[in-house]
Design a protein around this ligand. Structure first.
Ligand SMILES: [Cu+2]
Length: 283
């Protein structure tokens, strides 16, 4: 299959960096080669027909038509291959993506809040609970509308443009939008999902390579759509903890790092209403 990988490279696909991505790559490669073969076949047939049935050679129409069964067999083979691709590969892979989510304790859950023209991210902080969001609290300093009165949101980490995730741990991203329909597209993770106002749409992936990848908006969402890009940084678990700590300090939290990457060590604690000032004042 290694020679098949050329076509994805040729089409400008970044290298796959997720655990399920190779399956999508195989389907893409196969479809492109298959369509290439069909294109060559049909083109050859078209040229053959132009020459074979030219007017000089066939002055009168033949009403009996084709009697050979070759074209029927070829057509049937094409339908069969397409049915196998769809029923045997594409639908089972899709079903796995939408039905077999990793357990919430094992995965890193992040809220992705899209807006014209950037992606905001909310992480639950050390208490493991997401703070409530409301459109009434949205302001320049509070882009996701975090409720300043909700204690669960005091330690939440909010970033814009850049999302950090640890390597080899499933990530569940819950997508929503503040304005129009966007599409949270991670090309290197081979995953995308629409961010629709009023809906919460989960997608999941497991990054398997550390590095910096591109996040783009996959829906034409307005004049600034072309610039709706961000970064996904896949960290080692140590770097991820360091990043969490840094963000928590920046936000004015005193809690330090948030949930440990090992699922067993995660201890959600019910934090009493914190007396400290809100890191994201409304106004
Ligand atoms: Cu967009």
């Amino acid at each position: 299959m290694s020679s098949l990988a050329l076509i994805n490279e040729f089409l400008g696909q970044p290298p796959n960096a997720s655990s399920h991505g190779y399956q999508i790559d195989h389907i893409l490669e196969f479809c492109h080669w298959f369509m290439g073969a069909l294109f060559l076949g049909w083109s050859a047939f078209f040229i053959f027909v132009l020459i074979r049935f030219r007017r000089r050679r066939q002055p009168g129409a033949d009403h009996r038509g084709v009697r050979s069964g070759i074209s029927t067999h070829l057509e049937f083979s094409v339908v069969l291959i397409e049915a196998v691709l769809l029923l045997g590969f594409a639908i089972p892979l899709w079903a796995k993506r939408v039905n077999q989510f990793p357990p919430g304790k094992e995965a890193l859950v992040v809220h992705v809040i899209a807006q014209q023209f950037s992606f905001n991210y909310q992480l639950p902080g050390s208490d493991g609970q997401f703070g409530r969001r409301d459109i009434r609290f949205v302001s320049n300093s509070n882009p996701i509308g975090l409720d300043p009165n909700d204690p669960a949101g005091k330690d939440d980490i909010v970033t814009t443009g850049e999302l950090h995730v640890p390597v080899n741990r499933p990530v569940i991203a819950e997508l929503s939008s503040k304005d129009v329909i966007h599409d949270f597209f991670l090309p290197s993770m081979r995953i995308a999902g629409d961010a629709i106002p009023g809906s919460l749409i989960p997608i999941w992936f497991t990054p398997i390579k550390t590095g910096t990848d591109e996040v783009i908006c996959g829906q034409l969402c307005g004049l600034g759509h072309y610039g709706m890009k961000g970064t996904l940084v896949v960290d080692t678990p140590q770097d991820y903890q360091a990043w969490l700590k840094e963000r928590a300090e920046l936000a004015g939290g005193t809690q330090g790092a948030a949930p440990s990457p090992s699922p067993g060590a995660q201890q959600p604690q019910n934090k009493p209403p914190a007396p400290v000032a809100s890191p994201s004042p409304s106004g």
